[in-house]
Design a protein around this ligand. Structure first.
Ligand code: PMP
Length: 398
């Protein structure tokens, strides 16, 4: 890696020069099946022609219009997202962290409007919401926070997947509950079926906003447009980014009900948010997902991949759990397995290990059945081997 870059990332020693569908090609011409999509970014795969045409067409017309003026593509995208989410208004940003900052600021204004001077937002242990200061404080990863104090006040942390803990931690200063409907960085943690409905209920009871970070789980990845739709509830705020424009930077904070109308004139802003290039790319993404029924496809593919891994690995000592919803899949081992990332890379598959022991798979929604099977068949022996070693080392200790 160039010494000119701040060494903030632990990068793998590979560089890609082009991509096509679910495949990436490195600078030596070697092909890799991308089971990570840049961590849920390229839902439509690489170099999707509809996105490429939208971006090129817009670049030839107009790249940047400031938010001092009307941006018709942004308006159209906002309306499309509101319809999909059943919400009313969107603020466009440029990343997930920034979409979450908008949500946090919105919740604080909402509290101030009710006379709450020091509003508190309830957030979850193990959560990930981004690296800007507000989002970092909402994030439940101490390592990510270390060294960056003083962090902003006004966040109360509770265990994930426990609605009673939310009620117990609340105070008269509580204004919102902010969680991921499935924790991504935290290890593909899928809460119990009633969790989001219970949060909705407690928020309704007390007049708190229910805010969901769908930066990783949104845009059809889990088999629905939004992961919370599996729970049959409607939040007050949803944040999106990553897959929304298939790799072109964009973030969105979508609000409805009591959260709509909170961010008024002059309250928030960003130069590039929802610019015509990003908005056109996102509109193309929504069109393709709809036309190609990719939400349903994500669900079917997810089932196929999960069944494949369960058949091959379930009874294996050293495998703790195999879980997923749509194409958000986690294979949890009984101990650390970060070495699998490099082994999979050498085998031509891009994966990621999160929370130390969870193999995370977020393949593009355009994967073919053959590619899905190849993913399972190539990864299975690597994971089985790691699991065997973990089981062996546990047996040694016992
Ligand atoms: N929220 C969630 C749930 C995420 O997974 C991430 C990124 N991994 C973020 C927020 C931050 O997004 P960004 O990197 O675009 O700021």
């Amino acid at each position: 890696m160039s010494a000119a870059l701040m060494p903030t990332y632990a990068r793998l020693p590979v560089a890609f020069r082009r991509g096509c569908g679910a495949w990436l090609e490195d600078t030596d011409g070697r092909q890799y099946l991308d089971a990570l999509s840049g961590i849920a970014v390229c839902g439509l795969g690489h170099a999707h022609p509809a996105v490429a045409e939208a971006v090129a067409g817009q670049a030839h017309t107009l790249i940047h219009t400031s938010n001092l003026y009307e941006v018709p593509h942004q308006s159209e995208l906002g309306e499309r997202l509101c319809t999909l989410a059943g919400l009313e208004q969107v603020f466009f940003a440029n990343s997930g962290a920034e979409a979450n900052e908008a949500a946090i600021k919105l919740a604080r204004l909402y509290g101030h409007a009710q006379g709450i001077e020091a509003p508190e937002i309830i957030v979850a242990e193990n959560a990930f919401h981004g690296r800007t200061l507000g989002a970092l404080t909402a994030t439940g990863n101490r390592k990510a926070q270390t060294g960056f104090g003083p962090l902003p006040e006004g966040f109360v942390r509770v265990p994930y997947n426990d609605p009673h803990a939310v009620a117990a931690a609340a105070s008269e200063r509580t204004v919102a509950v902010f969680v991921e409907p499935i924790q991504g960085e935290g290890g593909i943690v899928i809460p119990d079926a009633g969790y989001l409905a219970a949060l909705r209920q407690v928020c309704d009871q007390h007049g708190w906003l229910l805010m969901l970070d769908e930066v990783q789980s949104g845009v059809a990845r889990t088999g629905r447009w939004f992961a919370h739709q599996h729970a049959g509830i409607k939040p007050d705020v949803v944040t999106l980014a990553k897959a929304l424009a298939n790799g072109v930077p964009i973030g969105a904070c979508i609000a409805g009900g009591p959260a709509a109308g909170v961010l008024g004139p002059g309250s928030h802003g960003t130069t590039f948010g929802g610019n015509p290039l990003a908005s056109r790319a996102a509109l193309a993404v929504l069109d393709v997902i709809e036309a190609d029924h990719l939400a349903a496809r994500a669900e079917a593919l997810g089932r196929r991949i999960l069944e494949g891994f369960r058949e091959a690995l379930a009874d294996h000592p050293g495998i703790h759990d195999i879980r997923g919803r749509g194409l958000m899949i986690g294979i949890e081992l009984t101990g650390p397995c970060a070495h699998l990332v490099r082994e999979a890379l050498d085998a031509g598959i891009l994966i990621n290990v999160t929370a130390g022991s969870v193999v995370r798979l977020l393949p593009p929604l355009i994967l073919t059945d053959d590619e899905a099977d190849r993913l399972v068949n190539t990864l299975t022996p690597l994971i089985a081997n790691a699991a065997r070693q973990l089981a062996g080392s546990t047996a040694d200790r016992a």
